[in-house]
Design a protein around this ligand. Structure first.
Ligand code: ASP
Length: 332
């Protein structure tokens, strides 16, 4: 520990000395990023503005010396419990047959991971995903099997869709007679919560939970329950999560790609941008194809990027709480 502190101090000292020879404007930016890189203070980031409330719960854990895994689980549970949220948890939008099916995954600093897909009638899919990770030999449980596992673990059954969602679904069904037509991108999807945290011990974890693409075909899984697509954590390097059109994110193993780019030395920001560029290069038609990445490296640096404008994320550390607009490739 003492040695680590000394090494950090030495690094900062050397960086400071080097900076005295360069342009002051560039130097101030470099000092900021150098300080950021060398901090071991906890940080939590999460997708969209529902991340603000979720970060508060996660920060409660982190600021009291708790670990990143507990922080991300507590954080996204806030969003899952908010039944007014139409894209996460049991208040989320249903599939084409009126069933609200939920997807979630979680990953810790030891590369342990757990995931559930197409889980119906359970309030906290993220905690079921954690139970899959901690109590079984498996990584992923889906559908009825996931539900039975949750019930066996003592999770309560909840009747879905809740009345407000049912009413919206009935209206949608009237206007959409052909239940098997292709779902409408960006009108009929949106807004997973993906959360990444670094704790005071320098360990990373991540969580991701969603009701997925609204009015999806029954049985559809997006990126969110898929380790490597909607979420990936490698404690030696960093963590990344995604939101947006899951099919496009899966196609490039999005979150894993972002982490591997960080391993090659790219900053979280550069890595997110490169992953978005890869999605762009793999799709001829980008109409309504919104995909967004969020990344946090081992040293607390963060980055984000999206195909189109409109994506934002919540950031919380000891000295800053903010909702930040992500940079993007093109205007909507
Ligand atoms: N990625 C989610 C999915 O495809 C949806 C979203 O984040 O907008 O299910």
């Amino acid at each position: 520990m003492e040695n680590n502190k000394r090494r950090r101090f030495l690094k900062l000292g050397l960086a400071g000395a080097a900076l005295s020879f360069i342009d002051p404007f560039k130097a101030s930016k470099l000092i900021a990023s150098t300080e950021n890189r060398l901090t071991s203070s906890p940080v939590v980031i999460s997708t969209w503005n529902h991340g603000i409330a979720a970060n508060k719960a996660a920060w409660e854990v982190l600021s009291n010396g708790g670990n990143a895994l507990d922080a991300v689980e507590s954080g996204v549970r806030v969003t899952e419990a908010d039944v007014s949220n139409r894209s996460v948890g049991i208040g989320g939008m249903p599939d084409r047959s009126g069933h609200v099916t939920l997807d979630a995954c979680i990953m810790d600093e030891n590369s342990n991971c757990g995931s559930v897909g197409c889980l119906e009638g359970i309030e906290h899919p993220i905690s079921v995903a954690r139970a899959v990770m901690e109590k079984t030999q498996h990584v992923m449980l889906v559908g009825d099997g996931a539900k039975q596992f949750a019930l066996d673990q003592g999770f309560q059954k909840i009747k879905t869709p809740i009345p407000e969602v049912k009413a919206e679904y009935q209206k949608w069904k009237k206007e959409n007679k052909d239940l098997f037509k292709k779902p409408e991108i960006n009108h009929e999807n949106h807004d997973t919560i993906g959360m990444l945290a670094l704790d005071a011990n320098g360990n990373l974890s991540g969580a991701c939970t969603t009701s997925g693409w609204a009015y999806k075909l029954p049985g559809r899984l997006g990126d969110s329950p898929i380790i490597g697509a909607g979420l990936f954590v490698d404690n030696e390097v960093g963590a990344a999560c995604a939101t947006g059109l899951g099919e496009a994110i899966i196609r490039i193993a999005g979150s894993h790609t972002v982490v591997e780019l960080m391993r090659q030395g790219y900053t979280p920001q550069e890595a997110c941008k490169m992953a978005v560029e890869r999605i762009i290069s793999k799709h001829k038609d980008l109409t309504n194809l919104q995909c967004c990445f969020l990344a946090l490296d081992k040293n607390g640096n963060v980055g984000s990027f999206s195909v189109y404008n409109g994506f934002n994320y919540a950031y919380t550390s000891a000295d800053k709480e903010a909702l930040i607009d992500a940079p993007f490739d093109r205007n909507w």
